[in-house]
Design a protein around this ligand. Structure first.
Ligand code: NAD
Length: 250
């Protein structure tokens, strides 16, 4: 049902973004990939998805502009690129704060402002932002991530209201813990910040939050993104849809 629609998914060379790109492609969308990775792996993804890849670092306004110039007009914009860093607030490296705010929040402002003119002209658009359970609740030692994701929720609600008259919806999808490199890579720092073993971090910190006691699979986020693109979802806007095993229900 997405034949003729062009979808840009940021951070789609890995994890959740890749699953969203695959899900949108399976429904017929033309996909534009973005994200880092080795050349061979990116070439294989381009082949698999018949996709274009735009190489751009989204931590700068210039990088976001280069992405949007390279991608051309898009009907579906998925702001998914993100990173994490775990440290006590008084030790939180300032450059990590700046980088996380730039990628996890400010990049979405840039891509949205640059994508909206085409969507308005087309009278149809979908903006889907990968937020997080941490856009609704906090965990210690994630000052920048939590602040950025709460901010992304606020940005999403704002543009949802502004763009509603134009057939454009804007929503967040908020995963709990999904087993991707982003989660795997934070385990050592969490072990150090909390003085725990690897198994304790997985079972007592990560899965402790999720009533289902299961990691979310990236494909489950792809399925929600597909639903948000349907005409039946035209009145779903400004929402922040949890896929978190019940974490934020508590
Ligand atoms: P991941 O590390 O597997 O993928 C991150 C993607 O972003 C990669 O494609 C990477 O190349 C790209 N990227 C990183 N820095 C970039 C930059 N400066 N410019 C452009 N692209 C860049 O991570 P993931 O777990 O798939 O996370 C995707 C999104 O989901 C993030 O926004 C993350 O905060 C969010 N999220 C993840 C989880 C989880 O448990 N994994 C939970 C909630 C929210």
């Amino acid at each position: 049902f997405l034949n003729g629609k062009r979808a840009l998914v940021t951070g789609s060379t890995s994890g959740i973004g890749l699953a969203i790109a695959r899900a949108l492609r399976a429904e017929g969308a033309e996909v534009v990939l973005n994200g880092f990775g080795d050349e061979g792996a990116i070439a294989a993804l381009k082949d698999e998805l018949g996709a274009q890849h735009v190489d751009a670092d989204l931590t700068t306004a210039a990088g976001c502009q280069a992405l949007m110039d390279g991608a051309g007009p898009v009907d579906i914009l998925v702001n998914n690129a993100g990173m994490q860093f775990v440290a006590p607030v008084e030790e939180f490296p300032v450059d990590r704060w700046d980088g996380i705010m730039a990628l996890n929040l400010t990049a979405a402002f840039h891509t949205i402002r640059l994508a909206v003119p085409h969507m308005k002209q087309a009278g149809w658009g979908r903006i889907i932002n990968t937020a997080s359970a941490h856009s609704k609740v906090a965990s210690p030692f994630k000052a920048a991530y939590n602040a950025a994701k709460h901010g992304l929720d606020g940005l999403t609600k704002t543009v949802a209201l502004e763009l509603a008259p134009y057939g454009i919806t804007a929503n967040c999808v908020s995963p709990g813990y999904v087993w991707t490199p982003l989660v795997e890579n934070q385990i050592p720092d969490t072990m150090e910040a909390r003085g725990l073993s690897r198994d304790q971090v997985i079972n007592d910190v990560l899965l402790a939050k999720q009533a289902t006691k299961k990691f979310v699979q990236p494909e489950e986020i792809g399925a929600v993104a597909v639903f948000l693109c349907r005409d039946e979802a035209q009145n779903v806007t400004g929402a922040n849809w949890s896929v978190d095993g019940g974490w934020t229900a508590e």
